[in-house]
Design a protein around this ligand. Sequence first.
Ligand code: GTP
Ligand code: NA
Ligand code: MG
Length: 450
Amino acid sequence: MKIRSPIVSVLGHVDHGKTTLLDYIRGSTVADREAGGITQHIGATEIPIDTINEICGEFISKLAIKDTIPGLFFVDTPGHAAFTSLRKRGGALADLAILIVDINEGFKPQTYEAINILKMYKTPFIVVANKIDRLFGWETHEGASFMESYNKQAPRIKSDLDLKIYELMGKLHEEGFQSERFDHVTDFASQISIVPICAKSGEGVIELIALLLGLAQQYLTQQLEISEDAPAKGTVLEVKEEVGLGITVDSIIYDGVIRDGDEIALMDANNVVTTKIRSILRPLPLEEMRDSKNKFKKVDEVVAAAGIKIAAPNLDDVVSGSPLRVLSDQEDVEAELLKELEDITVDTDDEGILVKADTLGSLEAVVHLLKEMDLPIRSAEIGDISKRDVINASIAMDENEEYGVIIAFNVKVHPKAEDDLKNSGVKLFAGDVIYQITEDYEAWIEERKE
Ligand code: GTP
Ligand code: NA
Ligand code: MG
């Protein structure tokens, strides 16, 4: 048995600092070459344990954390949609998450959305209160720990920060979570840590990384066990066209081994797609990438956890969030994948609303949230809204007016269906924030009751 690095996903509202935080972590490790190279993956960055020890060894030894994991595997998710693509059957692919909140703005729609998704997948997370440098009068101390910098601030600034943290604790409480500033946490299993940081100066990043390590080693070790010679399991982050390669899939492999020439199975909106790998590609290390035209390096095989690009025929219709499995004689992978799609898209109720979403993962998340609201769902499918969808919603509406509804996440209305939709009286709730869509829908239901 091998232990892989935990996959850490960064979530939060637009512009609250997800990418800046990862840039800081990457930059500080790339700059400090002595500390050992970090590995670039597709959609992910892996920081080896040696580097982590270099950055925050002192703090780690204070926390009495043993380094039993090989590193941390950070995934930047540009918006919540990508997080939901990071899925595996029955849960999230991310083992841990960072929920980043701008301390001056507080909770925003996508913060709630992220919390809902984390709740749904039961992903342990740390809340980062970012942009502390924007607190009026804050004195920046580049690269310092939070405690060091905090202790150097004027009393008024300290109480200003304390107040903002209390506000976050209140919001988290409303969402059903007990939380404390990390240094006041007494039980990491039942309380969420809030870490104030500045992603630009790096203040607090040391504590954040140490806490992630602590959580991973205390609660996740079993879940991180992988086998190095089993057929690989992975998930598709994105389907992309690349010059000279055709359609490729960017994927995260979370278990087993995948080799050039392997037969793999993936999903399109309705069916299993099988194909043979033409090449496996990995991004070059950051330093090499700067002075190279080719961003990728061809590799023969890869062991989990890894982010790779796969070039192969027949990938055109594969959907984001699709499972990826190396085919083997032992298991009936195709049947398993179909069952998985069925679990998500099956006609769950005889009557109810229609749900459409752009990826397998977002569909799963929307269906889950709607079921938690006790809503009957007549059908749930990937893809844009078609004429047929409008007809089906009209039929549902004839049975019960409240079911004449299409919930649509990140999809468009097909031009040919636009007129039908207008004339049908079917209500469309569409958008790219699930939380917002369900709120609008609930408001509409309330309105109807009055
Ligand atoms: P999306 O990917 O668009 O959702 O945004 P993001 O969460 O990745 O935010 P991003 O890292 O792009 O940061 C948004 C803006 O906030 C940028 O202009 C950053 O420079 C700025 N910013 C991020 N962190 C900090 C911080 O700690 N302090 C200050 N002053 N600015 C910050
Ligand atoms: Na941004
Ligand atoms: Mg970003």
